[in-house]
Design a binder for this molecule. Sequence first.
Ligand code: M6R
Length: 368
Amino acid sequence: EKGGHDYFMLKEIEEQPEALANTLRGHFVDGRIVLDEQRMADQDLRDVDKVFVIACGTAYHSGLVAKYAIEHWTRLPVEVELASEFRYRDPVLDRDTLVVAISQSGETADTLEAVRHAREQKARVLAICNTNGAQIPRESDAVLYTHAGPEVGVAATKTFLAQIAANFLVGLALAQARGTKYSDEVAREFHELEQMPAAVSQVLQTVDSVRALGRQLADSKAVLFLGRHVGYPVALEGALKLKELAYMHAEGFAAGELKHGPIALIEQDLPVVVVMPSPKGRAVLHAKLLSNISEIQARGARTIVIAEEGDETVRPFADELIEVPQVPTLLQPLVSTVPLQVLAAEIARARGYDVDKPRNLAKSVTVE
Ligand code: M6R
């Protein structure tokens, strides 16, 4: 049942192309995005004037990625918040607020309470969930299921990619309903998304060198992760995977914050993973990150760089280079996260830990 692997998590990492394809399937019909499990009329989507995304852990990181796409496509303000913070605040919501609650299990206590809190204030709630009939979709106005299949490993992997895809569908449906994108643009974005299972398969074929690197890093005391723009939530997710699986100190930072504190942590041989944007897609950000890497390299860090294939400019700054296929900027997290999952799993295995059942953690957090 582990598909020839020692752990479910390793099988689930490999299932990501399928998880993505299954999540997208059936949602583009006759030239339009359809969210068929959605019980929300087009008119409701047209009236939305603000979006809140609420979630915990990895699901929260998928929401951070979604913010870039939804704001870009719809010109609606999007706030992404941890459910455990949202539920104890007094957020400004009304019936034109769309709350997207993301939860793999659909049972996370804080996310459920945040959904209740939002609905009390008349906001409309759309759940993104991987578990049929779970409590969060039951208490929401509408649901969009990720069809990633059961995820047994405590660390979320394939559901993260599926959640990003589902969020993107919501963004495109909003853009379509509000007319902020022409139908041919919506179609183009959807077709780009449809190419992603193949791109993720390509990454999976090249992760042997990441495994070897993981074994080399097993004795490190800490690992830092840097990213900008959509690479920032990827950095946070890479750090979370490493904490929960390898019990290693790991922090994700927005690269622009380096000089505001974190650079003081850089010391000789400290592994720093940098998620590079595309040199063509985001030339300005790319140049900024190159300068960030040169600063940390100058202070002796061991730079591990995830960059787009063919990005020659980054080579001099990369002690280790992990290449991912060229994809549109907003979709880059779907490819750049995969090596970080493999890296965390491999470091944890080299340290002798059970990657399916990390200590102190439960697959779904039903207590607060
Ligand atoms: O079931 P949920 O998506 O609501 O779970 C949220 C988090 O507990 C979950 O993503 C957690 O952070 C994972 N173990 C991370 O790998």
